[in-house]
Structures are given as C-alpha cells and as structure tokens.
Design a protein around this ligand. Structure first.
Ligand code: FES
Length: 96
C-alpha cells in the first residue's frame, strides 16, 4: 500500500446515502388492482422495480405507499427524481 493513501471501498448503499439511484430513465407502466396497497421504491435499489423489496434499509430513503381504492393504470417514476412521487413528471428527460 502507498504511504498516505488508504483505499476504503464503499457499498452502493453507502455511496448513495440519501440520494436515489436511477433504476431506469423511463417510467414503469403498471396496472394497479382495486383495494390494494403498493410500496413504490424511492431509493432505486430494489430488484423488484418499481416496487420496494426492502433494499432501502440503511439508505436514508423510504418507500412511498400507494393505496388504490379503484383499479387504475399508472406510470411510476423509474428515475427516482420526480417531483410528483411516485409518479413520472417527465424529469427523466432532463437527466444525462
Ligand atoms: S421516470 Fe422519473 S420522472 Fe419520468
């Protein structure tokens, strides 16, 4: 090891603490069923996009609860930068 240099690997979760990870730069079109509760992944770490799989634990970001009294089609944000969470507001078009 070089003197004065320390390499400290950080996990993806630590690196992006409090910052969402872009799951995809496009919305997820979903058909939601009536009378259900869904949890939208806000951190971008879930492997079950656009839904929460518990990966946010320790990230400082919490999933967003979506209740559906009636069945409906929605476009969930995939870039995790929307200002209208959990829904796409077009912000993904401005991301590099
Ligand atoms: S996918 Fe995030 S704003 Fe459209």
């Amino acid at each position: 090891m070089m003197a004065g240099f320390e390499f400290s690997p950080v996990s993806k979760k630590e690196k992006y603490m409090d910052m969402p990870v872009i799951a995809q730069k496009a919305p997820y079109k979903e058909q939601l069923k009536a009378g259900r509760i869904y949890w939208w992944c806000a951190c971008g770490l879930s492997s079950k996009q656009p839904f929460c799989d518990g990966s946010h634990k320790g990230s400082g970001i919490s999933p967003v609860k979506v209740e559906t009294p009636e069945a409906k089609e929605v476009y969930f944000c995939g870039c995790k930068n929307t200002k209208d969470s959990p829904y796409c507001d077009g912000t993904h078009k401005q991301l590099l």
